[in-house]
Design a protein around this ligand. Structure first.
Ligand code: HAM
Length: 419
């Protein structure tokens, strides 16, 4: 590698043509699924005011406290590349008063996000999410629809080893009571907790439940469970959600420690994990965020959604689809032939036939090799002789058969063939 060469930034990836067709395929399936569920696509800016994430996601979360790409711009504004989409989509929902047009507003997005995490397999600093957000209903039927979207889509695209983990972290009063009790329980173990958990002990003890350290998992296993602190409404909400999932034959396991790492959640939380993924095994995570719209300046509005990591989906997808090949390669030989080749290639493309021709003035052999490499089904060969006689040679590259066709009818002939 030359010293002058500029490389991409750690944790970012180029998506090259041998991969991008898979992205397009997945994106098309997502758009089609969202049509079925009646969700509209929303696209928000790449950067927002930092305050949106401070207030929306919470200053004590890992995302806001450690991972944001933030800067003061030339006008003195504190800006941040979006690390997640729920807060920006909620901001947009409020700003455009979407709730006044539809009491239940159902939105989805496919977008690039930025978090300064330690890169590893399945964890990047620029990554992509497909997500859905529904505003306006507090009822568990929308929770079940949101979960059904994720499960249906993942099943449809061939992800087999899914498991859905479900929990409710209750309403605010429940969480406040629970936090007190949890702190009581953790106090005697305080010295054995990691530095990060000791900080969380004061600010957000629920996050300690999320710990991956074996020592802390051992301490936590006897901790009181949040379900013991649910209000009656919390319990009814959760039970109803479970009954809808049962009715839809969606299997799940209840994980009382699933609290998720963003501050806006209340009641339903869920994650879908895949054992094919390794350490970063969450394909998608989501939950209810009934307080968020109000926190960032809107009218109290319930909301629920999820986001799924596109890179992670693509890592495990059963890749049945292959890239579509070029259909026709036009082989041209000789200076006088070139304008004819240019016109014919263009005409075929106008007729919706993917076509390619040589732009490197290569030999006949090299052009035929290129046609095969591209997987073309037909080669149309035009040399000086063919040009003089107003003809072309059409070669079927699968059967090897070749025939002569009049130049004037080659486009209509090609459009009549089945590929
Ligand atoms: P999250 O759990 O931070 O939630 O991210 C959701 C998904 O994005 C993860 O399950 C994972 O698949 C993917 N993901 C997260 N970080 C990375 C990374 N550094 N590299 C690759 N993939 C990653 C949220 O973002 C919430 N906004 C989800 C939500 C929507 N909740 C309600 N509505």
């Amino acid at each position: 590698m030359s010293k002058n060469q500029i490389r991409s930034i750690k944790g970012t990836q180029d998506i090259l043509p041998d991969q991008s067709y898979k992205w397009q395929d997945l994106e098309n399936k997502i758009h089609a699924t969202m049509m079925l569920y009646n969700y509209g696509e929303i696209r928000t800016p790449a950067f927002e005011k930092t305050e949106l994430f401070d207030r929306g996601v919470g200053t004590e979360t890992d995302i806001v406290s450690k991972e944001m790409y933030s800067w003061i711009d030339q006008g003195g504004e504190n800006l941040t590349l979006k690390p997640e989409l729920t807060a920006p989509v909620s901001r947009s929902y409020i700003q455009h008063n979407l709730g006044s047009q539809q009491p239940l507003t159902k939105l989805y997005y496919i977008d690039a996000l930025f978090r300064r995490e330690r890169p590893q397999k399945g964890r990047y600093r620029q990554f992509h999410q497909f997500g859905v957000e529904a505003f306006g209903s507090e009822h568990p039927e929308i929770d079940s629809e949101i979960i059904a979207i994720a499960v249906t889509l993942f099943n449809q695209i061939g992800i087999k080893d899914l498991s859905l983990k479900l929990n409710s972290i209750g309403s605010e009063t429940c969480r406040e009571d629970y936090k007190k009790e949890l702190k009581q329980f953790l106090k005697p173990h305080f010295d054995k907790l990691s530095k990060a958990s000791q900080t969380r002990f004061e600010k957000n003890p629920l996050r300690i439940l999320d710990s991956k350290s074996p020592n802390e998992i051992d301490i936590i296993k006897n901790a009181p469970q949040i379900s013991e602190f649910w209000t009656k409404d919390d319990k009814d909400h959760f039970d109803e959600l479970c009954s809808y999932l049962d009715a839809m034959n969606i299997s799940y396991s209840i994980d009382p420690k699933l609290v998720r790492g963003l501050d806006y959640y209340s009641r339903t939380t869920f994650e879908i994990i895949s054992s094919s993924l390794g350490a970063q095994d969450a394909i998608c995570g989501g939950g209810r965020y009934d307080g968020l719209v109000e926190i960032i300046g809107g009218k109290p509005t319930p909301g629920i959604g999820f986001a799924a990591g596109m890179e992670r989906i693509l890592m495990i997808i059963n890749d049945a689809n292959t890239k579509e090949n070029i259909k026709i390669f036009i082989v041209g030989l000789g200076d006088s032939v070139r304008p004819v080749v240019a016109k014919l290639t263009n005409d075929l493309r106008h007729n919706n036939l993917s076509s390619e021709c040589d732009m490197l003035r290569r030999s006949m052999r090299a052009q035929m090799r290129e046609a095969n490499k591209l997987g073309a089904k037909y080669a149309i060969i035009i040399g000086e002789n063919e040009l003089q006689q107003n003809q072309v040679q059409l070669k079927d590259l699968v059967s090897g058969k070749q025939k002569t066709i009049d130049m004037s009818s080659i486009v209509s002939h090609m459009t009549s063939l089945s590929f």
